[in-house]
Ligand binder design. Sequence first.
Ligand SMILES: [Zn+2]
Length: 475
Amino acid sequence: MNPPATPNAPTVTFWGAARTVTGSMHLVEVAGRRFLLDCGLYQGKRSEARERNSRFPFKPAEIEAVVLSHAHVDHCGNLPNLVRQGFSGPIYCTPATRDLAAVMMADSGKIQEEDADYLNEKRKPGEKPIEPLYTRQDAQNAARLIHSVPYDRPYGLFSGVQVRFVEAGHLLGSAMVSLTIDGASRPYTITFTGDLGRRGLPILRDPAPVPPGELLISESTYGGRTHEPVESLAGGLCDLVKRTIDRGGKVIVPAFSLGRTQTVIYYLGQLIGDRRLPELPIFVDSPLAANATEVFRLHPECFDEETLHTLEVNPDLFGQRRVHYTRTVEESKQLNGRKEPCIIIASSGMCEAGRILHHLKHNIEDPRNTVLIIGFQAPDTLGRRLVEKQPEVRILDQMWKLRAEVAVMNGFSSHADHNDLLAFLGPLAGQTKHVRLVHGEVESAEALAAALRNKGFGEVVIPARGEAVALHGVA
Ligand SMILES: [Zn+2]
């Protein structure tokens, strides 16, 4: 039995990314004050996602601050809705996350509006009109609340609560969150890993050592699984593009616009530059990806040594010379008429919304084409159904035959795999009283939990949604 919580002792309640990989959101309560770690969009079945995202399990107006780990939509994408429903406090994150989150939320607001418009056009007489979850205006309102705090600089969140951002190596600006909370008899420490990156990924620095915390909240996305090595990515991508070109087909890449798109472009640029691939048109059909790439260019302080060096000799790091960024819907539609081989990268990564839906619709019935999946696909998303190679898939309320090749390259993941997670977290064995594994499906989280227990971590729990952990007065 745990002793009762002591005054000033923090409690963390896991309201999102609990036994799943989406909708990261954890509520920290200390001495009557409440703040959130992340406020991500939950992605999944449309009706369930709608319900989950629109109803917060607390009053948004009673939340005093949000600490944001990074700018992926499953971590920041429900902030506009939090603001729409009454939150008006500061949102803290690193400078690069601030800039990325602003473009990310604006794009998400636009997608929410467009998605509602599209469904309303298809609406049968008598059916209720669909409201967007939030609008571009809500996204702008959320962006105005963001305050940036550089890496490794302790910052007072409230009196007695300090936050420090530590390099997580997962996305430009991504951070682990280290919290120190003054208690009646001693300080409490909480570490939230956010999403952890991999060693050796291009562009980004490797994750810094995980700060010790008596409560460690860690992601577990790839627990029990290993990625293909970073070194083999370029070769694999080269083979896949070549065989598609030989068939006269197109490569369609549903992309997470932040991070992975830039990584794929970086590799394609290298392959074409080294003449391992012919010059072929590359379209990034996403205003968000275009904007995000601009943000990448603005933040070389986040680049690793190798990228800084490459940048000195080749300022065209993200292929502005070779890559066509399509911004308007007209330009996007013109891509459907192209007959010759090309590469089309479009969001969203799990194929739940955005322009990728139209490209899939026009291309998956042609066996010459390839759909290249480069990221994790949550259950009940179109992306997951493509990975499962279901013979027919529903896209925008119509069934389409899946005849295109579907290739999965998980090596593009910017998430730590099982071995990376053990290497990053391992040094904290013996220093951490409570481990809570989030941001993983149960099977993955359990695999990681078992490995961590083997390494000497005592209490490792995979919390269900709404479950809480309280720290106690005695160390
Ligand atoms: Zn992420």
